[in-house]
Design a protein around this ligand. Structure first.
Ligand SMILES: [Ca+2]
Length: 393
């Protein structure tokens, strides 16, 4: 994505996302122009809230198809009234980012609204069920995508499941996000102070990308692929959190060089941990993806792997609101609704040009440059309403 080409985007959704408490206001089925349902079909008209008895017409299956239908309607009839898409309850697994551009704009008088069907909870997921209920191939007796690897660790051939390179990496086990292979290990009982290392001896003065570590506590020599390893760091006085890949390790001077600057200096006592290192997969819940081989390694948190659902994130951004190339047009006031997290994970938002490249492993619900909302969890979002009341200039 070319962020420089999208600097004019104004996204109001950030604040709404952080609040995240807007609920469906009881939309009536007859109000909608189109419907989306998990039992829908993108070849249907999308005009019915449920499939008809003959199974020849009914709601769409995807939000993308509904977006395109709105576009077609605008071209055919113009925007002369508010338009609405109602989304039925259930989980929608996005196979690609849902992109909105200037052509998806409504106006202040005639907004375009995507919202939950009254009383129902549509869930947007950027993940793919790789095993377990609702998987691409429902588990059958004697068939499993998992094979024992070593000790408590299992392996899964992602390529065999048609899953290619992952733009983001998150793994959920029965709906619970699991930690990427890391060091030190997660300490759920001490989430704020446990499971971290700290910048050693004051760090490297003034630096935002050189991280001095304590050799008594960290031994990078055990990593076979150090440039695939990432540092999850909370720079300065824990002012923010960013994930940055490692480019080089000076083991003589105990300094890790990061691929880009953190937002703030890596001063003394800056806390961090290491992630995405296969050698650090040594605890229940931890997992690692070998991108080259297309293999997932996972130490399940319990002994019910065969009966559990495992979801891995396959979409980098679930919703992307962007301007149209280099044209002097942008989506403005594009969203004032909300999508509500079903997980306990934190979300963050920032308005202003990002000072660093987006974190490679921090998935996001929505992306838009200048006013960017980055949500480091992709897998489960409850959709309430997304209102496009934009003006294009
Ligand atoms: Ca570990």
């Amino acid at each position: 994505m070319n962020y420089r080409s999208q600097l004019m985007i104004r996204v109001v959704v950030a604040a709404a996302l952080v609040v995240g408490t807007i609920t469906c206001s009881g939309a009536q089925a007859a109000d909608a122009n189109f419907y989306v349902a998990t039992n829908g079909n993108d070849t249907w008209s999308g005009r019915l809230p449920a499939p008809n008895a003959a199974g020849t017409d009914g709601p769409f299956a995807t939000l993308t198809r509904a977006r395109d239908a709105i576009r077609e309607l605008k071209v055919a009839e113009g925007l002369r009234q508010p338009l609405k898409v109602l989304v039925r309850g259930g989980t929608y697994y996005l196979s690609e980012t849902l992109i909105f551009g200037p052509q998806d704009s409504g106006t202040a008088s005639f907004p375009i609204t995507y919202m939950a069907y009254a009383g129902e909870k549509p869930i947007l997921s950027g993940g793919r069920v790789i095993t377990g209920p609702r998987g691409p191939k429902p588990a059958t007796a004697g068939e499993s995508a998992w094979k024992p690897y070593q000790g408590q660790i299992w392996q899964c051939d992602l390529k065999a499941l048609g899953i290619g390179e992952l733009p983001r990496k998150q793994l959920f086990y029965n709906g619970e996000r699991q930690p990427m292979a890391r060091f030190p290990n997660l300490e759920p009982q001490r989430p704020r102070t446990g499971g971290f290392l700290y910048v050693f001896q004051g760090g490297v003065k003034g630096s935002k990308n050189l991280l001095r570590y304590d050799p008594a506590k960290l031994d990078p020599s055990r990593w076979a692929k150090p440039t695939l390893v990432e540092v999850n760091v909370f720079p300065y006085h824990n002012w923010n959190n960013i994930i940055i890949p490692i480019t080089e390790i000076d083991q003589a001077n105990h300094i890790i060089a990061l691929a880009s600057d953190a937002n703030y200096q890596l001063i003394r006592d800056t806390r961090f941990y290491i992630q995405n290192a296969f050698e650090e997969l040594d605890a229940p819940g931890e997992w690692y993806v070998d991108d080259e081989a297309g293999t997932l390694y996972f130490w399940p948190p319990d002994d019910n792997l065969a009966r559990s659902q495992v979801v891995i994130s396959v979409v980098g951004n679930m919703i992307d609101i962007r301007r149209d190339g280099d044209k002097n047009a942008a989506v403005r006031h594009c969203a004032s609704g909300a999508l509500r997290s079903r997980t306990a994970g934190a979300m963050r938002s920032s308005c202003g040009t990002p000072s660093t490249a987006p974190s490679p492993s921090a998935p996001s619900l929505m992306s838009a440059p200048v006013c960017q909302s980055v949500v480091p969890i992709t897998a489960w979002w409850e959709m309430t309403s997304l209102i496009l009341a934009a003006t294009v200039y």
